[in-house]
Design a protein around this ligand. Sequence first.
Ligand SMILES: Cc1ncc(COP(=O)(O)O)c(C=O)c1O
Length: 395
Amino acid sequence: MRTGGQTKESAVAHEYLDAAATAPLRAEARAAMLAVFDAGAANPSSVHAPGNRAKRSLEESRFRIAAAFNARPADLVLTSGGTEANNLAIIGLALATPRGRHLVTTPIEHPSVLESCRYLERVFGFELTLLPVNFDGRVDPADAAAALRPDTTLISVGLANAEVGTVQPLPEIAAHAASLGVLVHTDAVQAASSLPLSFAGESWPGPDIHAMTVASHKFGGPQGMGALFVRRHLPLEAILHGGGQEGGARSGTENVAGAAGFAAAVSATCTGVGTRALELIRSRDALIDRVLAEVPGSRLTGHRSERLPGHASFVVAGVSGESLLIALDATGIAVSSGSACAAGMDGPSPALLAMGVDPALAQTAIRFTFAEALSEEAVERIVRALRSEVQAARR
Ligand SMILES: Cc1ncc(COP(=O)(O)O)c(C=O)c1O
């Protein structure tokens, strides 16, 4: 997959391998947003014809996003992104549910999950249990079951981890929690764009999920848009107060163009997602096998098979991930040294440390993520560049 060359600054056509941070904007999303802009701005709450048009566009977007995940439009709260949706799920559900003041999550969640839990601890006196994860970043469902108490309100386990791509045994964890009356939230921001997911019926990740977060820019939609799927019979305390939009769950004038871009990207991505996943897996596995065989000192992070289709992440003993990222960038390959979610974060990744990776080794993390399958030539170029930059760094 090649992008770039669109501005004077991006003279190098980059092999873009950082889709887990932000996937390339889809043509369908761009076209849908331009159509809304061209139709003229109006507030969907206004009662005149342009306002009605904006409202219709918004509701059509909601319908398309819900349909892609087998959900009802009424189950969807549109937000400013995954971060807000995670805050709303955790704070909103925990404060509205009288069951108790105990929360369960994992130490490898996105900061928007962990910090929302810590906010509830600090300000509202909740207790937080962090589940252990193994070396692959997997939660043992037995540990999750053992952590639940009569006063547990909510368990939040991310469907797939951004840094190492590991997919969790969520249906098992959720079924037990739901049987005890504990609410289950999953941050599906990373999983939703490459795995077939359903928020309804019996299909994966299962009927026991009460709330699920997704983010537009992981599908090739615009940044600053996301959604929380939350079963509408559940009480939810708003965290943004004002004009009562989104059924009172999220005040603020809606981002009509953003929602149209989000919906177009979701529809395009989720059509044929299963077939695309198989293609991604084939190129992911080719990349992993070749890196492990040809880059001395490299080791895969995360689970070998229970991982996101377009995600290959490694540690490379003795070579700083940050300097490897910069060296690869200079050769026209855009990667990440871990997760781009914590801006300016220094030091080894807390998620890798929680998985038991040695702190020095954790500083060598490097991540390749892609939204479309890699060609054989692309894999060849990436492996050759990585091998040569690792050799150069060691010299
Ligand atoms: C797993 C996960 N959750 C939440 C987020 C936050 O989403 P957003 O960037 O839309 O706020 C990210 C962003 O990368 C993520 O990877």
